[in-house]
Design a protein. Structure first.
Length: 165
């Protein structure tokens, strides 16, 4: 495995693990704030990111690379409100997309088409993740500070969570 790409894949493993832990912290915040639907959404997101990480680990190992499991920083666990929670969600997904794009770029530079092909799944996944984050944030921006709207949002996000699982 090309060293530069192996380093980027190990970085991506760390980013996926960090996203999993971040979404777990966000789920916990939502649970404590009484938003059980939002909590379930982020618990599911956390599990999904963990699966993305594991998929990368297995891929690197199958290619004869060396996986490095890195320490993670403490995730952000305090949010002002639902809007700030979902703004952070979108910011996190945009960051992951940027990192995946770096892997793709290096694959093309080194003509590593096997890794490039593997990473296309992540490209497609990130398009969906960013779209979901933007849509949910847009809905919250429409709702504003309306508590009834927050209640309905929390109830209705269950349908999105079911689609993710």
């Amino acid at each position: 495995m090309i060293t530069e790409i192996q380093i980027l894949l190990n970085d991506q493993i760390k980013y996926e693990a960090a996203a999993s832990m971040q979404y777990l912290a966000m789920a916990s915040w939502a649970d404590n704030a009484g938003f059980s639907g939002v909590a379930e959404f982020f618990y599911a997101q956390s599990e999904e990111e963990k699966a993305h990480m594991t998929k990368l680990v297995k891929f690197v190992n199958e290619r004869g690379g060396i996986v490095t499991i890195s320490a993670l920083e403490k995730p952000v666990d305090e949010f002002k409100n639902l809007n700030s929670l979902f703004e952070y969600f979108l910011k996190s997904e945009i960051f992951v997309t940027e990192q995946i794009n770096k892997v793709i770029y290096e694959c093309l530079q080194h003509k590593d088409y096997n890794v490039h092909n593997f990473m296309q799944w992540y490209v497609t996944e990130q398009l969906q993740e960013e779209s979901t984050a933007r849509t949910l944030l847009d809905k919250l921006n429409i709702i504003g500070d309306d508590k009834t709207g927050h209640y309905l949002f929390d109830r209705d996000i269950i349908a999105i969570t079911a689609a993710v699982e």
